[in-house]
Design a protein around this ligand. Sequence first.
Ligand SMILES: Nc1ncnc2c1ncn2[C@@H]1O[C@H](COP(=O)(O)OP(=O)(O)OP(=O)(O)O)[C@@H](O)[C@H]1O
Ligand SMILES: [Mg+2]
Length: 392
Amino acid sequence: MYRKRFHFPLGKIGIIGGGQLGKMMAQQAKRMGFHIAVLDPTPNCPAAQTADEHILGDFFDENKLTELVEKSDVTTYDIEHVNTAVLQKLADAGHDIHPSPHLLEILQDKLRQKEVLREHHVPVAAFQQADPPDFPANLQFPLVQKVRHGGYDGRGVMVLRDRRALANAIPAPSMIETFVDFKKELAVMVARSADGEIKCHPVVEMVFNDEANICDMVIAPARIPQHCAERARNVARHSIEAIDGVGIFGVEMFLTQDDDVLVNEIAARPHNSGHYTIEACSTCQFEQHIRAVAGLPLGATNLLSPAVMVNLLGCCNSEGPPVIEGLHEALSLPGLSFHFYGKKVSLPFRKMGHVTIVDTAVEDAIAKAAKAKKLVTVTGADRSLKKSRVQM
Ligand SMILES: Nc1ncnc2c1ncn2[C@@H]1O[C@H](COP(=O)(O)OP(=O)(O)OP(=O)(O)O)[C@@H](O)[C@H]1O
Ligand SMILES: [Mg+2]
């Protein structure tokens, strides 16, 4: 929007979705002097606590989306499940919306996303369409079923070990994919501006909580050979060029047993695997995203220090207003930064906040992160739950 000259105020940025990603985006944008309007159905949602304006409304509400886009110089998202048809109309009418609604529509459908990546020769695991109960014959097990629309944090993803497991498949339009016996899960944040400038943050390792299938630790830099890191960055960069992305993108990848890199999926927004960049990189993912969508030059992405990020998830057997314990002990660990998103209710496995530890050696940061993970707990004050259940 402001390509060459600046004047004050810099402009209005609209954010669809007011969760933690919107909040951290808004914090960086406010630091730079932008005006922020956010659209979200929850009063006092995390991003509304930082934004200048909050439009209370749903991501599929045509009137509310139009109101946000019309009052913003540029509109972006913190969530992918939004009404792309309305946004496409607004983009066609000349409004700046990044990433483009057309791209978002492709990425919302896991099958279309993989087809487009494969068309552009991005390495991905073998996959095909499958709509339960109609599975193709001659399947090779184990395989992974992925629901095409609406999945997040591992919901809508199911490993099917053998033919009998097909009976438990999720009954929704899906794709099935070869099970990848990976060494590590990697991620790279890639930012690209409308004029094609592109920059990658360092390659990180994502470590998952098996119980909830949620990423609970991110290690930067990834402990992998240099040639694998280079390969991962090249594949990630190529993926975003291939889809003509504008903004920042989280590219999730698998490092296979024979050091091949396969793209798992692309998130068209800042990503949990990039939170460490706030403390550990010259330019954090949120500022980088704001720069990319606002047409400003991208910032340097170098790692200033090894870092480990740990998600603070709501305790698995309680819900209600969050109660944080162990914070005093955790904050006495040198190099630890604490982030709390301001969600009013803690639910089992809900992402409530995170901590990042920077240290001179990555192994020391990992040890401190493990300590912090044990020390800090977030429980819900209202009631104990007998059965654990996963909810965002
Ligand atoms: N083909 C595969 N082979 C082996 N494991 C897989 C495969 N696809 C996905 N997984 C595992 O399932 C996890 C979730 O898959 P995926 O990232 O596609 O789903 P998601 O619901 O969009 O997750 P998130 O929102 O956390 O990114 C992956 O991080 C990985 O651990
Ligand atoms: Mg994923």
